[in-house]
Each structure stands twice: as C-alpha cells, then as structure tokens.
Write a protein that binds this ligand. Structure first.
Ligand code: HEC
Length: 485
C-alpha cells in the first residue's frame, strides 16, 4: 500500500489525510537512502530493481545461466520477490545472493569484479517486495542485456584453451578420486600467463525443471589440483619444469594473477593432475574441463616473484559438536616484503567466516573479513590501489569462525566432532590467497606509488599499508651506552 504524491489533494477525506500524514512520517525512514525515488515514492521493477538484477544477477540467472531460474522479466522475477528479499538481505552470510560475502563494515573495501549490493539497493529490494512487487512503467526500464552464450569465459577470451579428455560419471555411483589422463600443452614458446579460468563442459540438461537445480546437479568435477610439467621416460614429472596453478573447484571464479607476476607456461609440458574428485550429479553425465589461459605479450618479463606462504592449519583442527563461534587461528611471519593480491578463505562445511589480520609492531589491523558458504568458493582480488603492502617481519594471522550446529545447513550432522582432513566432512583452514614478494627498492617504489595514487599526506592512514606514510628514518648507528658514560 503506497500512495503517490499526486493523490494528496485537499478533497480527500480527513481519515485519508491522517493516513497520509502517518505515511509521510514513515516513508523517509523506509526510503531515505534511496535518492532516485525521492520524486516518486513507489519503488518499481523497471525503474529501480531491473538495473540491480542486470548488474549483479542476470549473468547467472537467465536462460542458459547457472542460476536455477531466470531473473530477467517482471513475470519471472515477481514470484520470487520475497525469496530475493531474503537472499539479498543475508548480505555477507552463507546463502546470500549474489554469492559474494565480503563484510562491508570492517577492513579494506575495494575489490575487483565486486558484484555485491549496497545498503540502499538491499533496502530498495525489500521495500519493493513488501509493496507487492509493482512492475512500474516499461518506459523506465534499462536496455535489456544481450547475452552471448558463445562467451563462456568471465575473464575474457583465452589465447589458449586446453581440454582434458572426457570422463563419464554415472547416476548414483560413489565419488571418485584419482589421476586423469595427461594432456599436452600445444605451445611453441614460453609464455607468461595473465589469467587462468577453468570451465566444465558437459551434457547435463541445464534447463529448469529437471529437478536437480543445484550447483552439484550441474557438474561432475568437484575439484582438480593440477600443475603443468614435462614428463620423463618413466612417466614422472620433471621437477625443474613444474608450474603449479590454482586449484579448480566447482563455482570458482577465474584467477587473475598480479600484472607484474605472470606465471610461466612452458612448451613441451602437460597438464598433470593426480587429484581429481568426481561426484555423481544424479544423471549419467559425460564431461571434460576446458582450461583457458590468457597470455602477456611475447617478451613480457615478470617484475615480481610469487611468494608461497603456508598460512593455515591442516593438522590439528578440532571442532566440537553442536557449538557455534568456534575459532581457529594460524600465523605466519613474513620473510620478505609482500604485496597481497587476493584473499581466499578455504574452509569446509562448518566454516562460517574468516578474517585476515596483519600484525606489525604494536599494530594489529584487520585487512578483510568474509562470510563463508561451503557451496561457493570465492577468491577476493584487492583493487590495485588497495593491495596490502607489508614489510618483512610483519605477521599474517587468519581467524576461522566455525559453526558446527543445526543452523549451518552445510553441516550434515552437527552432533559430530570434526577434525582435519581432505574430505568435505573433515576440515581445512587455509588462506589460499596469492601474494608476491618485493625487494626493498620495489617495496619503497610501490609505497611511493600508493602515496601518489591515493594522494596521501603524512597524517593519513590506509589499511594494509603500515609504512605508507611512516617517516623514513635513516639508519641510526648503535651507540655503546656503557662506553659513552
Ligand atoms: C555467480 C552466479 C550467481 C549470481 C551472480 C547470482 N546467483 Fe542467485 N543463485 C545462483 C545459483 C547457482 C543458485 C542455486 C544454488 C544456491 O542457492 O547456492 C542461486 C540461487 C538463488 C536463489 C534461491 C533460489 C531457490 O529456489 O532457492 C535466489 C532467490 C537467487 N539466487 C537470487 C539472486 C539474486 C537476486 C541475485 C543478484 C542480486 C543473484 N541470485 C545472483 C547463482 C547466482
């Protein structure tokens, strides 16, 4: 029940006027953050909701997309208004839509390809759903998006696509772990890779109404841990030629490496994996993975080395049954100056949230906190000007928050104690994020660049860059106090 301003005229009966007066009092609260509707108080599909769906939802929720139902026309969206209000209102918690769980009230807020909704948008959706999902005037609708289904690569068209051999997983058969056929990389010369993206191509009927409209119903590859390497005569990987690549997991977004730290793909190598996990999706399915590499130009040389840091704990995890808010902690001290490119929490079913902190001197700073939903694996890439720059000696600390109760729908039986391990019913606690190491000169350059881009003065502070505005002190010779007395 929402009145438009035009109806407010002096011929109205007294009761309607007082109704309006009350509405006028209530409305500023409901609509205050929503500037566009100031002129007209009804939130409509075409004017207010459709642009949000276009930006953050339709990529998946359209015919042929991975989402279970299209959210394009008013007829398609209106029946789901209440559910959309609920899912978007979950914000950064498991089950939220879009599947992006960065907490907005703490830590760094600038990420690449962030599809999340702001408060005003979430409130607009709620107000719209509660007022009966009005359609509004089609003249206010944005241009409909045109989806080209030949485009399946989110990070852009690859320069090289390598396909694994097809495998078949029959309905109702148990999970399978193992090695898949090695496939050669058809490459003439060494190339540095800008991004890698993996897509499963299979013969599942994706249309709604097949009764298996979950992510697990659409794919058979759960994950693939893989590398590229030359193979010697005995069939073993030649160690000096191994490049490891980010794990493929169902629902994962593409991996975009730091511009200055491209990863090397060598000619004469093979895609090698001895850790593929296949699961039945309820129908006989044949499928394969397509690995899309995007290259830097020939002649590119990386400026930075990638750092491999073990940040996590895979050994002594202990999670009690029927208990929420259980914390896990892991630390690593930095041996080099680093730049953090991505944050990627990796937990299993009871995982609910992970925070990344930097400890430097007396300062403890939260860099990022994200909710976690074990159905969706997300890596969060910091915007270039927000990538944390941490000096050697700093300590990275991750905190995992585990909810092993019935309120976590991902936990099969919350009465069970859970320990460490590889299976989904055992646990991992790792930040799989990417970082690069910087020499002292490179570190100073990066900080100078940061000061320039963000226009930082001596009293400014940026999260994740403890030395960005610190005065540079010349080395002070140590004085022997006893001798000088
Ligand atoms: C990256 C792809 C993707 C994006 C982006 C996305 N969704 Fe989804 N959505 C899915 C998938 C897959 C499911 C089913 C699995 C699940 O619930 O996690 C789903 C489930 C849902 C459901 C629950 C359907 C049900 O029957 O339970 C709603 C409602 C929904 N999405 C709305 C939205 C809205 C609104 C947006 C944008 C604000 C959005 N989604 C963005 C992929 C996506």
């Amino acid at each position: 029940m929402r009145h438009s301003k035009q109806k407010e005229d002096s011929n109205m009966p007294q009761s309607a006027v007082s109704d309006l007066a009350r509405l006028a009092l209530a409305l500023p609260f409901a609509l205050a953050p929503f500037a566009v509707s100031a002129q007209q108080d009804e939130i409509t599909f075409h004017r207010d909701i459709e642009p949000i769906l276009q930006r953050s939802c339709q990529n998946c929720h359209r015919v042929g997309g991975v989402g279970p139902m299209p959210l394009v026309t008013h007829e398609q969206v209106a029946p789901f208004a209440g559910l959309i209000e609920y899912k978007t209102g979950l914000r950064d918690r498991a089950g939220a839509m879009p599947p992006w769980y960065m907490e907005k009230n703490i830590g760094i807020q600038d990420y690449k390809n962030d599809p999340s909704l702001n408060d005003a948008e979430i409130e607009a959706i709620a107000a719209w759903a509660q007022s009966g999902a009005p359609k509004g005037d089609p003249a206010h609708a944005p241009e409909p998006l045109v989806f080209d289904d030949s485009v399946k690569w989110n990070a852009g068209e690859p320069d090289l696509i390598v396909k694994t051999n097809s495998v078949t997983k029959l309905a109702g058969t148990p999970d399978w772990w193992g090695e898949i056929d090695r496939v050669p990389i058809p490459l003439e010369e060494e190339r540095y890779v800008k991004s890698v993206e993996i897509v499963e191509v299979n013969d599942v009927n994706f249309q709604a109404g097949t009764g298996r409209e979950t992510v697990g119903g659409r794919y058979i590859f759960h994950h693939m841990i893989w590398s590229t390497a030359e193979i010697d005569e005995s069939g073993k990987r030649v160690d000096s030629t191994v490049t490891s690549w980010p794990v493929h997991e169902v629902g994962r977004n593409p991996d975009i490496f730091d511009e200055d730290a491209g990863r090397l793909l060598r000619p004469g190598t093979y895609v090698v994996s001895d850790s593929v996990h296949l699961h039945s999706n309820g129908q006989d399915t044949t499928g394969h993975l397509e690995i899309g590499f995007r290259f830097h130009p020939v002649g590119y040389q990386p400026k930075y080395e990638r750092t491999v840091l073990g940040l996590g704990n895979g050994v002594d995890i202990s999670i009690a049954g029927n208990q929420s808010d259980q914390e896990l902690h892991a630390y690593v001290a930095l041996e080099d100056n680093i730049k953090i490119v991505t944050f990627e929490p990796h937990l299993h079913a009871p995982g609910e949230r992970m925070c990344l902190e930097a400890i430097w001197g007396y300062t403890v700073e939260t860099l990022s906190c994200v909710g976690y939903d074990h159905n969706w694996v997300r890596g969060y890439a910091y915007a270039n000007h927000a990538q944390p720059l941490l000096p050697k000696g700093a300590i990275l600390h991750i905190v995992g928050y585990m909810n092993n109760t019935g309120t976590n729908p991902n936990v099969p039986d919350p009465r069970n104690w859970q320990g460490s391990g590889n299976r989904s019913v055992t646990n991992m606690f790792i930040d799989l994020g990417m970082r690069v190491s910087l020499t002292d000169e490179q570190f100073a350059e990066e900080m100078a660049e940061r000061r320039r881009v963000l226009n930082l003065g001596p009293n400014d502070h940026v999260i994740g860059c403890p030395l960005c505005t610190a005065p540079l002190v010349a080395p002070v010779p140590l004085v022997d106090v006893a001798a000088s007395d």
